[in-house]
Design a protein around this ligand. Structure first.
Ligand code: ADP
Ligand code: ADP
Length: 226
């Protein structure tokens, strides 16, 4: 059974002014443990696609299934990370992560321990008591990655997670992501403008057409490129 099934999905936004078909129809599956990168022009519906998979809004038609179960709302099995780190400035690193777990009803001892392990893994052990403003952009994004991973998700949704950090930090974050995914076999959908990043990280690249985004190309990368 595939981790993610996108089955003839469309999304149309209704605003006061107009009706805008943002995505689809689009159909593809992501197998368990696979990383798919989604690329395409700005406005073609990439963020929309991730929000739909995350269950943050309903599809207009079609169906999305996660491990065979239709998406009906946000799921604790999903970790969702955006370009903006969303850290609360008046909370320490530790508090940000604990609060992230609490909001999702996932503040268990096991998850807190996992978060501590990830903080060490990502070289953040010494800044646990720091406030976000005391950290570099790359470090902040690493903290956001820990916050996302602390729930031990089966599925990771990444919306241009590294596009706001400098090149060196981006490479570092990519390396961390690869090693974490290897260890935990996490199914991942990555949105990126960065073809180099897609080639370095993904098993498969899906290229969307202009809005409403439909699949234009699907490229499976040979093992040796990765
Ligand atoms: P980006 O393409 O950089 O991700 P956004 O997703 O923030 O940019 O917005 C892209 C376009 O989507 C905006 O120019 C706007 O027309 C439309 N849009 C985004 N959010 C809304 C909203 N809540 N209501 C209406 N239109 C929106
Ligand atoms: P991408 O992530 O590929 O830049 P988006 O998914 O953000 O594309 O947006 C796809 C289309 O849907 C765009 O035309 C955008 O303007 C529109 N859009 C996005 N969010 C909203 C919204 N909340 N309300 C109305 N239109 C939206």
């Amino acid at each position: 059974i595939d981790a993610i099934e996108i089955d003839h999905v469309t999304k149309t936004y209704l605003t006061k002014r107009d009706e805008r078909q943002a995505l689809g129809p689009i159909t593809f599956n992501v197998t368990s443990g696979e990383m798919v990168a989604v690329v395409g022009p700005s406005g073609c519906g990439k963020s929309t696609l991730l929000s739909l998979i995350a269950g943050l809004m309903p599809v207009t038609s079609g169906e999305i299934r996660l491990f065979g179960e239709p998406v009906k709302g946000p799921s604790p099995r999903i970790g969702y990370m955006l370009q903006r780190d969303g850290l609360l400035e008046w909370r320490t690193v530790e508090e940000n992560i604990a609060l992230g777990l609490e909001i999702r009803g996932q503040k268990t001892r096991k998850n807190l321990e996992h978060a501590r392990y990830l903080l060490k893994e990502m070289g953040l052990a010494s800044v646990i008591q720091h406030y976000p403003s005391q950290l570099s952009g790359g470090m902040r994004q690493r903290v956001a990655l820990v916050r996302t991973m602390a729930v031990q998700p089966d599925i990771l949704l990444l919306d241009e997670p590294f596009s706001a950090v400098d090149y060196q930090n981006k490479l570092h974050l990519e390396k961390l992501l690869v090693s974490i995914r290897r260890q935990h076999k996490i199914t991942t959908v990555l949105i990126t403008h960065d073809l180099e990043e897609a080639l370095a990280l993904a098993d498969r690249i899906i290229v969307l057409s202009r809005r409403p985004g439909q699949i234009r190309r699907m490229i499976t990368l040979p093992e040796e490129v990765r």
